[in-house]
Unconditional design. Sequence first.
Length: 275
Amino acid sequence: VRLQVQNVEKPLYRGTFHCFQSIIKQESAFGLYKGIGSPMMGLTFINALVFGVQGNTLRALGKDTPLNQFLAGSAAGAIQCVICCPMELAKTRMQLQGTGEYKLKTKNYKNSLDCLIKIYQKEGLRGINRGMVSTFIRETPSFGFYFLTYDCMTRYLGCEAEDSYVIPKLLFSGGMSGIVSWLSTYPMDVIKSRLQADGVGGVTQYNGILDCIRKSYHKEGWRVFTRGLTSTLLRAFPVNAATFATVTVFLMYMKSEDNLPECEPGPVIHQPSSL
């Protein structure tokens, strides 16, 4: 977020490592965890919603085909925007608060919940859902590629339940799924971050998505749409590797124990294999 929204005329950071280094030096290690409250509150519901919607949509579509995997993932991505957008708005505002300050001189928000309450009091529901359209445009195809890639990778690697290397294979498949999903829509993530950060400090620059794209490109060129990509991919692999592997192993365990005979695992249940 810091790399995506920084002023190109007076940049604070030269790149991912310099940004990481500067935050620790100027704001201590705790500066790396600014805005953590929002993901902790929202990610549980988001993942439950995503895997639940994807699994049920795939069953409703009937056949397990690559196209249906993409459509089911896209449906899941679209629906979770209702939670994702306000969550990321609070996260973005909290991460930008007190940039470069060890002890905050002015603290607009106490925490993520306080941030959302104050935005709502000032701007109403429209303010809470700032960046919703850009979030929808980013998440819908992104989750389609997310589940499609995971399905293709697990098939290609031959992930069988009795395979002694099934866990590393699932981790690798999940990590690659995360990277592909972010690469597929990353430019829109930059726009979303800029729109959600717009107005911080009392200055509003953009009138909407197209205006943000036009002004950003005119001022900074095409490279603006790749700002922060390195740090995003470094995060995406381990996060999504852990997410997909945990979900898949848990569902495999539940099925083997016959505790939930009617509950079919989401992303890989329909594969023609024991997994």
